[in-house]
Ligand binder design. Structure first.
Ligand code: NAI
Ligand code: MG
Length: 401
């Protein structure tokens, strides 16, 4: 078999560190691949006026699989100030390379698993009856629609006349917002299409079927946001009836779901939501299983491109530490999702088993697991460095062989 090629996109800050460690773990686990470097992030905005250069897009087009660290985005005033002087006044506009990548490759299906590791000191606990402490096992897969909804980018401040006039044809707009001068209006749209709503709901059903789950939960707000949330719920109910008769559809509102996730998180195995609610609910669940150091994700597009990344950002305050202190597990777990996608389930399983062993053993813990404040001194206080955590995982894997 020819060797696979993976587009490795380190990005900025700690993205570079955690990606290197993940590749070291993949190598040690026996995953045989070539890695080509995909340039992405702030550095390329500064030097080239484009944080997602065409050459990176072409690499993804060619090789289809991306392993991505994290990027830095900065506020508007810094964006132009940090652009190379010779590029200023040339009309370059910064846009998020992540959003650009999602839109270009239509990476519409985002999976965010949130699963408890036994022995993780950051696991969610709650009070049970008679003052007992319970530690429910969370094992939730969140399916987030990744390209539409409130993050679709269709928005205006002081909307153009045609848009304003069209809005004024809606009685609710006329009655409730007609008083507001156009110049004082900001409008962000929430667009759902049946095609992409169907794709994300179907992905959730397929997963539920494979895992033998009794149902899927649609987490939206169809009683209020009747058209878009309503569309997702309707599609799910019809799909259940026609294509997945054994799988029920439960429906929760995003606000209630945020409350329930700290009451009975173990009851939710599969959740599907639109872009923004999916973002919110997945961060909420991630908090129950250890937070950003553990939150991994995968994004799949309709044309076969898939990108795997931790949900955390570039954590600039830790980026320049001589010894990196951040937790590489979210990145390594994202790499495992890549392996699963490539059919390398045995290698993925081996890495995940090793991670579980290291966490349960509890001897090697990064600063977040030790509930320390992140400073350069945490290593002296007994926290593991990024590299030491990856080493421990590799060591555990070797011991299992
Ligand atoms: P962040 O995720 O980079 O960091 C927030 C805090 O979470 C950190 O200060 C640290 O305390 C903790 N943290 C993050 N990753 C960790 C890890 N692996 N191990 C242990 N602790 C960890 O988010 P923030 O500070 O809001 O944004 C920093 C930069 O990252 C910004 O420029 C932002 O635009 C960008 N960003 C990029 C994302 C991406 O590339 N997907 C996602 C989120 C933010
Ligand atoms: Mg988020």
């Amino acid at each position: 078999m020819t060797k696979r090629t993976i587009v490795a996109m380190p990005g900025d800050g700690i993205g570079k560190v955690v990606l290197d460690e993940a590749i070291r773990v993949l190598d040690a686990a026996g995953f045989d691949a070539n890695y080509v470097q995909g340039d992405i992030g702030w550095e390329f905005w500064r030097k080239e006026g484009n944080p997602l250069p065409d050459r990176t897009v072409n690499l993804l087009e060619e090789h289809k699989i991306g392993l991505f660290g994290a990027i830095t985005s900065k506020p508007k005033d810094k964006t132009l100030a940090e652009l190379a002087p010779e590029l200023r006044d040339k009309g370059y506009v910064y846009y998020s390379p992540i959003v650009a990548m999602r839109q270009h490759f239509k990476l519409d299906i985002c999976l965010r698993p949130c699963k408890t590791f036994k022995g993780n000191p950051l696991n969610f606990i709650r009070r049970g009856p008679n003052n007992t402490i319970e530690e429910p096992l969370v094992d939730t897969m969140i399916f987030r629609q990744n390209t539409e909804g409130l993050y679709g980018g269709v928005e205006w401040t002081n909307p153009p006349a045609q848009v304003y006039d069209a809005l004024m044809t809606h009685p609710k707009f006329r009655d409730n917002f007609g008083w507001c001068p156009k110049e004082e209006l900001a409008v962000s749209t929430r667009i759902f299409t049946a095609k992409y709503t169907t794709r994300i709901v179907k992905a959730a059903f397929e997963y539920a079927k494979e895992k033998g789950c009794k149902g899927i939960t649609v987490c939206e707000k169809p009683n209020v946001i009747r058209e878009t949330s309503g569309m997702m719920l309707k599609i799910a109910l019809e799909m259940s009836k026609k294509e997945y008769p054994g799988i029920e559809v439960w429906d929760t509102n995003i606000d209630a779901q945020m409350m329930w996730l700290t009451k009975n998180p173990e009851d939710y195995a599969v959740i599907v939501a639109g872009n923004m609610f999916g973002d919110i609910i997945s961060d909420g669940f991630a908090g129950l299983i250890g937070g950003l150091g553990f939150a991994c994700s995968a994004q799949f597009g309709e044309n076969g491109v898939a990108v795997f990344e931790p949900t955390h950002g570039s954590a600039p305050k830790y980026a320049d530490y001589e010894t990196s202190i951040v937790n590489p597990i979210a990145m390594i777990m994202s790499a495992c999702m890549m392996l699963d996608h490539l059919g390398e389930k045995a290698i993925s399983g081996k890495i995940q088993k090793a991670i579980a062993e290291v966490i349960e053993e509890g001897k090697v813990q990064t600063y977040d697991m030790k509930k320390m404040r992140g400073t350069q001194d945490v290593i002296n206080q007994g926290a593991a460095s990024t590299r030491q955590m990856a080493d421990a995982i590799i060591h555990s894997m070797n011991n299992d062989q």
